[in-house]
Design a protein around this ligand. Structure first.
Ligand SMILES: Cc1cc2nc3c(=O)[nH]c(=O)nc-3n(C[C@H](O)[C@H](O)[C@H](O)COP(=O)(O)O)c2cc1C
Length: 331
């Protein structure tokens, strides 16, 4: 019975065989792992982001190893370019290699620091054969001199500039640090995003209280949170000219169902596969199919968006943010 179910879906114009995408993380920087992901039924993979900052730091590290008394400045420039190219090439060669070995769409991911470089990197990913590109843009708004619109304009500039220069679909993975989130996300879709990925998970800091040090919070703690994403996916559904992909805290087939019902076109997972292994992909898809059978749905489009803000009888439930009477008996 389960074989008769159709999990295929469309995501920013790409045809996927299932709505489960492996989000950008270290697991997608291995051909063997990507092959397994395909075998287990994922719709697409997002490659580990290439971080311009990292390339620059690798480049300067290798330059530091040279003695500038002996190396001519022109030669230094050449070596810098060469080291940068080698780092890009490692990534782009990997995309080309993966594309030869698997049939699922491969989405490249970039994170840049300087405005102009987004386009350079984007073109390189396209030339390497990526089926689509995800821009990992998340600028922490910590500059007291900048207004909300200064930050928003920067995002819009990056999105429209990249869009003008590539022909493959463009996804934008971003954060919820905007004062008018819905309007801003809508503007991103109008600026050229073919998909919005809600929301990026940040590296978070913690305090080591014994050694008085700032440390990494690690990946065990939850990121933005499953329910937060559910709310914003449900509200954004049908208010953008693009696909929506949900990411954060999705760990089971039931979680996939919930995000699709809320209005996501696809979901992206990472942490759960670090905790449970790649085989968990099969269990998640199996649980999705079991639920579809139970509710007599034969394809994803039968139920996608059915519980979005626009489609539920009580949309106010998505907007409730104060507990008020709800937990009154607990304290
Ligand atoms: C170890 C690890 C590395 C990640 N690296 C990236 C990255 O390079 N680029 C990116 O856009 N997201 C990155 N992410 C975020 C994931 O793609 C995903 O959006 C996020 O973790 C939320 O999903 P999850 O709760 O299933 O982990 C990373 C996540 C993890 C756990």
């Amino acid at each position: 019975m389960k074989e008769a179910l159709d999990l295929s879906c469309k995501y920013m114009g790409l045809n996927l065989k299932s709505p489960l995408i492996i989000g950008s993380c270290g697991l997608t920087y291995s051909l063997e792992k990507i092959k397994k992901m395909e075998e287990y039924g994922v719709g697409a993979v997002v490659m580990k982001s290439v971080f311009e900052e990292q390339i620059i730091s690798e480049t300067s590290k290798s330059l530091d190893e040279l003695d500038s008394d002996y190396v001519h400045s022109e030669a230094m420039g050449y070596i810098k370019n060469y080291t940068e190219m080698a780092s890009y090439e490692k990534y782009t060669n990997f995309i080309t290699e993966v594309k030869k070995k698997v049939n699922i769409p491969v989405i490249a991911s970039i994170n840049c620091i300087s405005d102009g470089d987004w386009v350079n990197y984007a073109k390189r990913m396209q030339d390497a054969g990526a089926d689509a590109l995800e821009l990992n843009i998340s600028i922490l708004p910590v500059d007291f001199e900048k207004s909300a619109s200064d930050y928003e304009e920067k995002y819009i500039r990056i999105i429209s500039h990249v869009k003008e220069n590539i022909s493959i679909p463009l996804a934008v993975k971003t954060s919820l640090y905007f004062s008018s989130l819905v309007k801003t996300l809508q503007t991103f879709s109008y600026a050229g995003a073919d998909a919005l990925v809600l929301f990026n998970r940040f590296y978070e800091s913690d305090i080591d209280i014994d050694n008085m040090k700032i440390i990494s919070a690690g990946i065990d703690k939850e990121g933005i949170g499953f329910q937060t994403v559910l709310r914003w996916i449900s509200i954004m559904n049908s208010h953008v000219d693009c696909s929506l992909s949900a990411t954060s805290g999705i760990i089971s087939g039931k979680d996939i169902v919930k995000q699709l019902l809320a209005g996501a076109d696809t979901v992206q997972v990472a942490t759960v596969l670090y905790n449970k292994g790649l085989k968990h992909i099969q269990s998640m898809l199996d649980e999705l199919k079991t639920w579809m059978l139970k509710h007599n749905y034969t394809s994803i489009s039968d139920f996608q968006g059915k519980m979005s803000y626009k489609n539920v009888k009580d949309p106010e439930a998505y907007l409730r943010i104060q507990f008020m009477k709800y937990f009154a008996g607990i304290e």
